[in-house]
Structures are given as structure tokens and as C-alpha cells.
Ligand binder design. Sequence first.
Ligand SMILES: Nc1ncnc2c1ncn2[C@@H]1O[C@H](COP(=O)(O)OP(=O)(O)OP(=O)(O)O)[C@@H](O)[C@H]1O
Ligand SMILES: [Mg+2]
Length: 267
Amino acid sequence: MMWYRPDQSLGQGAQAHLQVRNLSAGYGPVRVLREVTLEARPGLTVILGPNGAGKTTLLKALNGLIPRQGEVLLNREELPEKTHEIVRGGVVLVAEGRQLFGQMTVLENLELGGWLVNKSERLRRIEQVFGDFPKLKERANQLAGTMSGGEQQMVAVARAMMSAPRLLMLDEPSLGLAPKMVDELLGIARRIADAGTTVLMVEQNVKKALAVADRGYVLERGQIVASGDARLLTRSSVVLEAYLGADGTETTDARDAMQRRKPQSTT
Ligand SMILES: Nc1ncnc2c1ncn2[C@@H]1O[C@H](COP(=O)(O)OP(=O)(O)OP(=O)(O)O)[C@@H](O)[C@H]1O
Ligand SMILES: [Mg+2]
């Protein structure tokens, strides 16, 4: 895979390192995230946690969709607060639910992802993306809304790559997909990270996500309760007790996860 990389003259040559310190965010008076501190180094970082933990809220705050408090640095520079400035700064979110334009073709959806650049550069990036996603090239003129869930998720990721992000944020890219498509999407996330775009990914497929990630965090009730190297996290008590049953079965149900987890347990 040869992902397009932003050129050095934009000052975006260095691989992205996101540092989040004491981030709080929520909706109106309701504070969901409480002083969250984490980082996404070059590579793939996964955020795990039960339903309602605040995972999407975290990505929304980092993408400027909701106000934030605390410090957010990208390569040691304060991340802007407005979404369009964040995107210009090379940070893109593939939101839950994909948000494609269903009545537009795959190609048109990709073109929209390249709105920041001129036509010739946009065409260059489309060729690049088609090279990386040959399946999408075959479907260039299909209406996005008529594609399968997995294909649509692929279009959403490809569209995000059209802006040549330094940091790609994915909110549950495998949601609702069959196991084979889950593997394919997580594999794509891994390859994007290997090609030099830092990836911060929220996932509920705990085992599979930790298998492709470099590092991970577990978020519960708006706070980080465990973090570390992905391989070590797989064996941490928080993850084992909450998300991977003793019999190896995986649960993603919030109440189930809470019940499985003993109170006060940490890594
Ligand atoms: N627009 C909103 N207005 C008010 N509260 C919200 C809004 N969106 C989310 N919340 C609340 O914020 C909390 C965290 O939600 P969030 O969507 O971040 O969780 P999540 O970890 O992404 O869960 P899931 O795994 O189900 O996607 C929940 O209690 C939710 O009800
Ligand atoms: Mg969510």
C-alpha cells in the first residue's frame, strides 16, 4: 500500500504524535470525559471501553465537534478548536455510521474527501486511493448507498485518506460487520499506520483490535482505567475481566462488562 503523504513544505512531514492532557468534554452541563490523559504516537492506538464510556465523545472533542477543556497537542503544537482548521491541520475523523452521501457515487464521495486540494492533486490522490483500495476502483460509479456495510466503511476510510491526514481517527470501523470484513477493515487500519499515518481507533472488537494495535487505552465512565502496550493489555486484569470472559468469549455489552469486572480492579 502506498498511501499519499502530505508534502514536507506543509510542515506535515513528521509523523503525527497526539498528546492529550486532562481533556474534559461533554454536552451542555453534562461532563462525559473527566481529565482524560492519553497519547497517540506514530502507529496504531486503540481505545476500548463499554457502551456509553465516552469513546465517541473523545473523538468528537478531538475533532472540534464539541468544545473541549484541557490540552491537545499535535507534534507539540496546540490543536485548533474548529473542525475545518483541525482538518487543515491534518486530522480527520471517520465517524460512527460512516456518513457517506448514499445518493452519490463512490468516486463522488472520494472527490468530496479531497475538497482541500486543487483538481489535479485531487485526481492524483484518487488514483492513489484506488491503488490502495482496488475493490473501490471496480465500484467507482456505484451509488455509495447501495454498497454493503463493509464496502461503505471502506469508502468512508478511503474518503478520509483523500485529505492525506497525519492523524486518522476511526470510530468503530468494524461496527456491524461480518467477521471477515472486520478483519479486512482492521487490516486496512494497520496498513495505514504502517504507511506513516498515525491512527487512533475506537473499537469494540477487543481481541482483534488489540491484535492489530501497538498500544491501547480502556475508557470507562469518562476516565482511563487501563493503558499500555497492546499485547500486555490483552493480558491485563481489566481487559480480561471486563471484556474477555474466562472462557475466552468476548462481550461488548456495557452492563455485562461492568458485572464481569470486579470493583476497583486495575491493571
Ligand atoms: N449529543 C449528546 N447529548 C447528550 N449526551 C450525549 C450526547 N452524545 C452522547 N451523550 C452521552 O455521553 C455519554 C458517552 O457517550 P459516547 O457516545 O461518547 O459513548 P461511547 O463510548 O462512544 O459508546 P458506544 O460504544 O455505545 O458508541 C453517554 O452517556 C451518552 O448518553
Ligand atoms: Mg461510540
